[in-house]
Design a protein around this ligand. Structure first.
Ligand code: ZN
Length: 315
């Protein structure tokens, strides 16, 4: 833990492994193991975590314990507990469980959106409006984020134009969401594109521009995070051990690896508030809960460089 609480981290690392990671692997992590893992993530100093997805258990048995996991995460203090919800029904369950913040995926690709939720992107904006009305009615302090998925390209549709993404972001901001992030769901983004699109996002919706959610499918996850940082993004989604990928595509890696992302920022002198040694330790309960699942990360493989010291930890 940091011993200098007055130092506010310059970037927010939003750990999405318990949601994005676990829902992408075939095995189901037992609830008790999830809770141990979440404890370890909290102990490492993470201050935002996406712990579950509120979807029907018949679609995602890995998330059947979502409410219990949210309640446990809420018992740990000083962090924001997030849940992914695809619709109003999921939002109601997540709000009733007490989640601090909801994230709603809204696909910029019409093809992806129709295939996944049988709705066009603009019909999803209406769903978001309903979620916001529900939030105002039953949990007015909760925040609602929209994450624009397939913002950088789509495996079904191919190219997604920047105009489409910006138009959708404007509609979501107008609907009243607290922030709008951009997700490279399919790992197709490159740094030049990331810079361009986040610049346009800031120009369009100002301080409602939210997180960069990058996947490492083609090895550009960190480069894309750095590109987003360079144009002003300060919240980054990542997953411990790069957990995720796709059970049907062997070797496909998932989200940006939290350990590598934290190492990059800390080595640059950009404080994250996260203790790298604690993060490395958090791999043990993850392994225990998902034996045999490959974990990624260059920093965990190589170890910390000789003499490397985290400002925040020693200051
Ligand atoms: Zn993702």
């Amino acid at each position: 833990m940091r011993d200098n609480p007055s130092m506010i981290p310059e970037v927010l690392i939003s750990e999405v492994g318990p949601r994005d990671g676990l829902q992408s692997v075939k095995a189901t992590m037992p609830t008790a193991d999830k809770l141990h893992w979440i404890d370890a993530l909290h102990a490492a100093g993470l201050r935002e975590v996406e712990v579950a997805s509120f979807v029907p258990a018949r679609l995602l048995p890995q998330m059947a314990d979502a409410a219990e996991v949210v309640r446990h995460a809420l018992s740990l203090r000083g962090w924001t507990v997030m849940a992914l919800v695809p619709n109003r029904k999921g939002a109601e369950a997540a709000l009733r469980a007490g989640a601090h913040k909801l994230t709603l995926p809204v696909s910029a690709s019409a093809a992806h959106s129709l295939a996944n939720v049988r709705k066009t992107p603009m019909a999803m904006v209406e769903e978001v409006r309903e979620v916001l009305a529900l939030r105002d009615a039953i949990a007015p302090k909760a925040k609602v984020e929209a994450g624009i998925s397939t913002a950088f390209g789509c495996t079904l549709q191919g190219e997604v134009t920047e105009d489409e993404v910006v138009r959708l972001a404007a509609a979501l901001a107008e609907a009243g969401v607290d922030d709008v992030g951009l997700s490279d769901t399919t790992g197709m983004a490159n740094p030049a594109q990331v810079r361009r699109l986040f610049r346009r996002l800031f120009a369009e919706i100002g301080d409602r521009a939210g997180a960069a959610h990058m996947h490492n499918t083609r090895g550009l996850g960190l480069a894309n995070c750095l590109a987003a940082y360079d144009v002003g993004v300060r919240t980054f989604d990542s997953s411990l051990g790069g957990l995720g990928g796709c059970p049907y595509a062997p070797g496909a890696s998932g989200n940006v690896v939290t350990e590598d992302l934290v190492f990059m920022f800390e080595a640059m002198g950009v404080s994250t508030g996260v203790d790298l040694a604690g993060l490395l330790a958090a791999r043990a309960p993850l392994r225990q809960g998902l034996p045999g699942e490959p974990l990624y990360g260059m920093t965990p493989e190589a170890g910390l460089p000789k003499g490397f010291a985290q400002e925040a930890l020693n200051g």
